[in-house]
Write a protein that binds this ligand. Structure first.
Ligand code: G6P
Length: 362
């Protein structure tokens, strides 16, 4: 059954490996044979009618929301604010005239998010929960629900729910954009792109031994590490860092690549791993410059670079997919790096200390 570990030692690796299948599943269920989004019309109408989308979430789901902002702004042409539910709940910003709220939650039970939704309902504002769990609390309490269809996620560290959240947001962003006649949405062949993503993810999981070697070489002894990237890679850097720290206990921070030099570069010592993500055409060269800055301070740089910008010295070459969907492939080697860093230390990958799969207290 879907929740069994099968031959895997840990659920986390099983769930990483399942991601190409999850992408295909989402594509089949949410796009018709012509690539038209299949989304409840009421949801599309409600989002299209809004003047601003507020995405609320916690943890990994928050990071998926940061990627979602790029998707909704590009394909739906609606401004987006992404909030940490725990902060938003007690410090509501000044809302736009016609807000629409999206709650991202794998479990649908996160207390921090429920606090926000309660107030959204008190104000009679429209909301959508995107969740992996049908009938979950956030799903029942929101106006609308879309399911992730990722299958049960058992490992505490979220992997396939993150990529599913990004893919489902892309579907909704395109559906809303098409309804609004946004050229970028109409021209975007999401079905084809998701097929490329699934293929690319498969290549990356098939190449997992290479990532294991990188983990052994750079992460076995280190106390700390950094992830850097720009554009959507900045959002992925935050998630890559969270993955690594939560399962391996290596203190890891994600940074906007150029921001490191404004302070945090002081922490770079000989051998400090700096994992660098490059997918953004607008800034690929600038990020190469940031690599030189940290290398000259002794950092050990691990590069994960889209094929079109890669050279023979890069560690992981990412398959070429549309920039806006690139987080779906970039995160895979980052998840694998976290997995191996943890497993090679002999830790319980699926159950990191102090963490719970779903947090129902504020
Ligand atoms: C917990 C989990 C995280 C998860 C977060 C939000 O802290 O350990 O992996 O990202 O809750 O959970 P949700 O179910 O709302 O996505």
């Amino acid at each position: 059954n879907a929740a069994s570990k099968g031959t895997y030692e840990f659920y986390m690796l099983k769930e990483i490996d399942e991601q190409p299948g999850v992408m295909r599943h989402i594509s089949q269920d949410y796009l018709d044979e012509n690539g038209k989004p299949v989304v409840e019309q009421d949801i599309v109408d409600a989002v299209a009618d809004s003047d601003r989308i507020y995405i609320l979430a916690a943890g990994t789901s928050y990071h998926a929301g940061l990627v979602g902002k790029n998707l909704f702004e590009k394909f739906s042409d609606i401004p987006v604010e992404v909030g940490l539910a725990s902060e938003f709940g007690y410090h509501f910003p000044k809302l736009s005239k016609k807000p629409f709220f999206i709650f991202l939650s794998q479990s649908g039970e996160t207390a921090d998010s429920r606090v926000v939704l309660k107030q959204v309902n008190e104000r009679h504002l429209p909301s959508l929960t995107i969740t992996n769990v049908q009938g979950s609390t956030l799903s029942r309490e929101a106006t609308y629900t879309m399911l992730l269809k990722a299958g049960p996620e058992i490992a505490v560290a979220s992997t396939k729910a993150y990529t599913a959240q990004i893919a489902v947001q892309a579907v909704l962003a395109k559906a809303v954009g098409e309804k609004k006649n946004v050229a970028d949405a109409k021209e975007f062949d999401l079905k084809h792109q998701l097929a490329l993503v699934a293929e690319g993810m498969q290549q990356l999981v098939d190449g997992k031994e290479k990532v294991d070697e990188l983990a052994k070489k750079y992460l076995a002894k280190t106390r700390n590490a950094f992830y850097i990237g720009r554009g959507v890679d900045y959002a992925v850097a935050l998630e890559g860092a969270l993955k690594l720290k939560e399962v391996s206990y290596i203190e890891t921070e994600g940074f906007a690549a150029a921001e490191l030099k404004h302070g945090t570069i002081a922490l770079i010592e000989k051998g400090t791993p700096v994992i660098t993500l490059i997918n953004d055409p607008a800034t690929a060269d600038l990020t190469r410059g940031n690599i030189r800055e940290v290398e000259s301070r002794g950092a050990s740089v691990i590069t994960m670079v889209a094929k079109q910008f890669a050279n023979e010295n890069d560690d992981i070459v990412l398959p070429e997919v549309d920039y806006y969907l690139s987080p779906l492939v970039t995160i895979v080697p980052a998840q694998l790096l976290a997995y191996y860093a943890s497993k090679n230390k002999g830790l319980d990958v699926d159950k990191p200390r102090n963490l719970a799969k779903s947090v129902t207290v504020e």
